[in-house]
Design a protein around this ligand. Structure first.
Ligand SMILES: N[C@@H](CCC(=O)N[C@@H](CS)C(=O)NCC(=O)O)C(=O)O
Ligand SMILES: N[C@@H](CCC(=O)N[C@@H](CS)C(=O)NCC(=O)O)C(=O)O
Ligand code: FES
Lengths: 104, 104
């Protein structure tokens, strides 16, 4: 579908992508973590897309198995939500992923 | 107003009250913290109230200055959101508040 093509293009062209909701503190946390690590995430606020927001959220569920926000991709790869991202950070595995994704 | 009377009754009659949204992870965190501490919070899910939800959220903002969820009351006193509650917990100040509120 057209929306699916848009998602694939987005996660391929941007090293870090966060599907987010603007009012959501978990989404804020993951966005500010990336910024603290010196990486500007490409952010899509699902609540700013009108009717397309829920559509996109359903599509992401189909593509990733995850129906929640934030939904994080690094280097085109699905990472998970806020907890998964923070877990990788604490294990020291996030920065290598970011370095690799931003190097390309 | 009638809604205001309902809020005042709720926070007076229940030792721990959380105005919450069912899909919100910060709301889940604070609810489960109370349960881990052995206290069952009285929970109002604002998203389950139809049109009254936003009304209630505005009223709470007027009463507490806080427009976000979760909105936490202990012993009838406004505590704050998730961060404030967790901060009190880490300072060792939450349990004394809970003990006092549940003793009445
Ligand atoms: N453990 C997940 C929790 C994700 C989650 O529950 N997200 C909530 C918002 S905080 C959600 O998407 N709720 C459903 C919705 O907003 O559509 C994470 O760390 O990202
Ligand atoms: N620091 C606050 C953050 C509260 C916050 O930003 N809450 C969000 C949801 S996570 C909110 O209420 N957004 C507006 C809304 O949902 O109406 C806390 O710890 O509770
Ligand atoms: S909506 Fe509250 S943490 Fe996501």
């Amino acid at each position: 579908s057209r929306l699916e093509e848009t998602v694939k293009k987005t996660i391929t062209e941007n090293p870090v992508v966060v599907y987010s909701k603007s009012w959501c503190s978990y989404s804020s946390e993951v966005k500010s973590l990336f910024k603290r690590l010196g990486v500007e995430p490409f952010v899509i606020e699902l609540d700013a897309l009108g009717a397309q927001g829920p559509q996109l959220q359903k599509l992401l569920e189909r593509l990733t198995g995850q129906h929640t926000v934030p939904n994080v991709f690094i280097g085109g790869k699905h990472i998970g939500g806020c907890s998964e991202t923070v877990k990788l950070y604490h294990k020291g595995e996030l920065q290598p992923l970011l370095a690799e994704a931003t190097a390309k």
